[in-house]
Design a binder for this molecule. Structure first.
Ligand code: ADP
Ligand code: MG
Length: 281
């Protein structure tokens, strides 16, 4: 049986002035898989995510969600259809508890109209959804803490819980480990692995740390200069010479673990993190 393609881009393009940030990108993401998009800085990864989530309108091409054309829909409509992206820490309510932050997200996406929010049944349903999300990210024990009291790594988990509470079919995670300390990274990866293991959602992720990418991805799409230059399983990507060339042609100095292009570079070195957004502590 063919796997269901939950998300598809067809020759999607986006130019800024004369620059083709995305120059015709076609990808097909099967449901309930984890796809990572990698590529050098400026390759167009974030632009692709912004097109999928409706923040930008493509200059050409189509985006299909469950076979439905969603090209050009505004972000809130796309989110409501089930494509969610993680919120930045700046979206947290610092003086509310962890549980309240997540419950508000569940409520905002809830099926009850505003006057039913106060009904006991609706509130219980949202609280349960919030608790389930907190359990998934390993923050249930912090439910009563104020959001501002959380450590940085915990805040990133809270962001993911907020996203989970909106019950997304497809989760877009743009550099979920960016700006994290080395000690905090495994915790977030564990959360992503747990969500993947639940097999109820599709994850589309941008990540630079190649050891993580190779370990966690079902499939990898490699972008360079706005185009897909390779696609395949982690093993296929490691063996791909075009990928080697694209990476070694940059100044990052990071290589694919286990690859032949390693000479000269420190194999343990990770790509530098590029903070996806201003992060407030
Ligand atoms: N809003 C924008 N205005 C102008 N240029 C942009 C904008 N967003 C991205 N770009 C450019 O598009 C290219 C791809 O950027 P981006 O998608 O952020 O790459 P990546 O996430 O792979 O590092 C870069 O050259 C970047 O400078
Ligand atoms: Mg980016």
């Amino acid at each position: 049986m063919e796997p269901e393609i939950i998300l598809e881009t067809v020759d999607v393009a986006k130019s800024f002035g004369g620059l083709a940030a995305n120059a015709g990108i076609s990808i097909k993401v099967p449901a309930r898989t984890l796809r990572t998009v990698i590529g050098p800085n400026g390759a167009g990864k974030t632009t692709l995510f912004n097109l999928i989530s409706g923040i930008y309108k493509p200059t050409a091409g189509r985006i299909l969600f469950r076979g439905e054309d969603i090209t050009g829909l505004p972000p809130h409509r796309i989110a409501r259809k089930g494509i969610g992206r993680s919120f930045q820490i700046t979206n947290l309510f610092p003086e509310l508890t962890v549980l309240e932050n997540v419950r508000l997200a569940a409520q905002a996406r809830g099926r009850h109209s505003w006057h039913l929010w106060r009904s006991a049944e609706a509130l219980r349903e949202y609280a349960e959804k919030a608790e389930e999300a907190l359990r998934t990210v390993g923050l249930l024990h912090r439910a009563r803490a104020l959001a501002r009291e959380l450590a940085h790594g915990e805040k990133r988990k809270l962001e993911i819980a907020i996203l989970l509470a909106t019950d997304p079919v497809v989760m877009l995670l743009d550099e979920p480990t960016a700006g994290m300390s080395r000690e905090e990274v495994p915790g977030i990866i564990e959360v992503i692995e747990r969500i993947k293991a639940q097999r109820s959602r599709t994850i589309l992720m941008v990540e630079h740390k190649m050891d993580i990418v190779l370990g966690i991805s079902d499939a990898i799409t490699v972008l360079a200069q706005g185009e897909v230059i390779a696609e395949g399983t982690p093993a296929e990507i490691v063996a791909n010479e075009a990928v080697q060339a694209a990476y070694l042609g940059t100044t990052h100095g990071y290589t694919l673990a286990g690859s032949r292009g390693r000479q000269g570079a420190d194999p343990g070195r990770e790509a530098p993190d590029i903070p996806a957004a201003q992060v407030r502590s």
